[in-house]
Design a protein around this ligand. Structure first.
Ligand SMILES: NC(=O)C1=CN([C@@H]2O[C@H](COP(=O)(O)OP(=O)(O)OC[C@H]3O[C@@H](n4cnc5c(N)ncnc54)[C@H](OP(=O)(O)O)[C@@H]3O)[C@@H](O)[C@H]2O)C=CC1
Ligand SMILES: CC(=O)N[C@@H](CCC(=O)OP(=O)(O)O)C(=O)O
Length: 343
């Protein structure tokens, strides 16, 4: 069994890691940290895990964490980078669910996250944890930067077109997220009275996922140089992301449905739906799937891609476990072979 540590066990992504790891055949969660719930049994905070997770929250302590094989950071941005160099030195592998190691240019990190990076020397080594793009590098990695939720849905939707240099001009991403995307620590802005029966855009002038998506697209193809417009929206639902992406194709004769099906044919967690489908966020609720439908309305040169994920699963904890499985040579689906909840 692998010894697992989780820093940040009281947030939504930490809770989701616990839920999924509780039934993972190879993972033994030995350390779970929380400063606010230090000493409390996990099963007391999460009765759903009674009988399945028999440990208590402890204060974060790098010395204790260094006895693990793998540590997940499910903490706010800027926390993991304080501990990662010491953990790597002790031979511990790390998956960071936050953004600390996602952008390879430290100047981009400073611009979008507002502080200097604590260990810029590790940015080149960190592997961006989108398995559909980087599976072989993840296999060799000791440090994986788990992608953001919007970037996961967006990049998977664009991968077949960008990798094949089929996109011309700018790309528009119109994305909507459930409220859990803001984390459990979010205050007034995510209260039911503030979000229910309402719908709004945010981050229109520039959201921190913009440079992450742009970096990902340029890695799919060095020739991609189109302008990227990314507008996130907050929707009154708990989980889920729905990204609607518009791109212009250079060649109208391309069979986009066939191209998407072929690209993801062997991917366990990407489902290209039959032509004419309308993927719903509830079709991925609590599971690690990304479901995609692709259209070329009226046979024109605009391709419309609809991609849905659960922000807490394929957008965070599920993808992190998928990366863990790859890093440790396990069955990629271990602990993740669950279907969506209905309704
Ligand atoms: N929510 C989502 O859909 C997604 C989130 N992410 C990223 O995952 C990370 C976690 O998100 P989420 O679970 O929503 O966040 P939450 O705000 O819900 O939880 C944060 C967790 O981190 C702990 N924490 C906070 N500050 C520190 C600190 N200084 N040292 C150690 N632990 C700390 C908190 O516990 P305590 O204060 O008790 O120690 C808590 O358990 C974030 O970086 C987020 O951006 C990524 C993709 C999607
Ligand atoms: C609805 C909502 O607020 N979503 C979050 C993004 C989710 C997330 O946590 O992404 P990172 O891991 O990159 O921080 C936001 O827009 O800030």
């Amino acid at each position: 069994m692998m010894k697992i540590g989780i820093v940040g066990g009281t947030g939504y992504t930490g809770a989701e890691l616990l839920r999924l790891l509780a039934t993972h055949p190879e993972a033994d969660v030995q350390v779970i940290t929380s400063r606010s719930e230090n000493g409390k049994a996990v099963s007391e905070l999460y009765p759903g895990l009674r009988g399945k997770m028999d440990i208590a929250f402890t204060e974060p302590d790098d010395e204790v964490l260094s006895r693990c094989d793998l540590v997940f950071f499910a903490t706010p941005n800027g926390i993991a980078m304080q501990s990662v160099p010491a953990l790597l030195d002790k031979g511990v592998k790390v998956i960071d669910l936050a953004a600390d190691f996602r952008l390879s240019n430290p100047a981009d990190w400073k611009q979008w996250y507002g502080v200097d990076h604590a260990c810029p020397e590790l940015l080149d080594e960190a592997v961006y944890g989108l398995p559909e793009m980087n599976r072989e590098a993840i296999r060799q990695a000791r440090l994986v930067a788990n992608p953001g939720c919007y970037p996961t849905a967006t990049q998977l939707g664009l991968l077949p077109l960008v990798r094949n240099d089929l996109v011309e001009g700018h790309v528009i991403v119109d994305a909507k997220s459930g409220v859990s995307g803001a984390g459990r620590g979010a205050k007034v802005a995510s209260l039911m009275c503030e979000v229910s029966e309402s719908f709004k855009a945010y981050g229109v002038a520039g959201h921190r996922h913009l440079p992450e998506i742009r970096q990902g697209l340029s890695r799919m193809s060095a020739r991609f140089n189109g302008e990227l417009v990314f507008v996130p929206h907050l929707t009154p639902m708990i989980r889920g992301i729905h990204a609607t992406t518009y791109a212009t194709v250079k060649d109208r004769s391309v069979d986009v449905q066939g191209l998407f099906e072929e690209t993801f044919a062997n991917e366990p967690f990407v489902d290209v739906m039959p032509a004419g489908s309308l993927p719903e966020t509830r079709s991925v609720k609590a599971c690690n799937q990304c479901r995609i439908a692709v259209y070329r309305p009226q046979g024109g040169d605009t391709v419309v891609i609809l991609s849905v994920i659960d922000n807490l699963v394929k957008g965070a904890a599920g993808q992190a476990i998928q990366n863990m499985n790859i890093m440790f040579g396990l069955d990629e689906k271990a602990g993740l072979d669950v279907s969506a909840m209905m309704p």
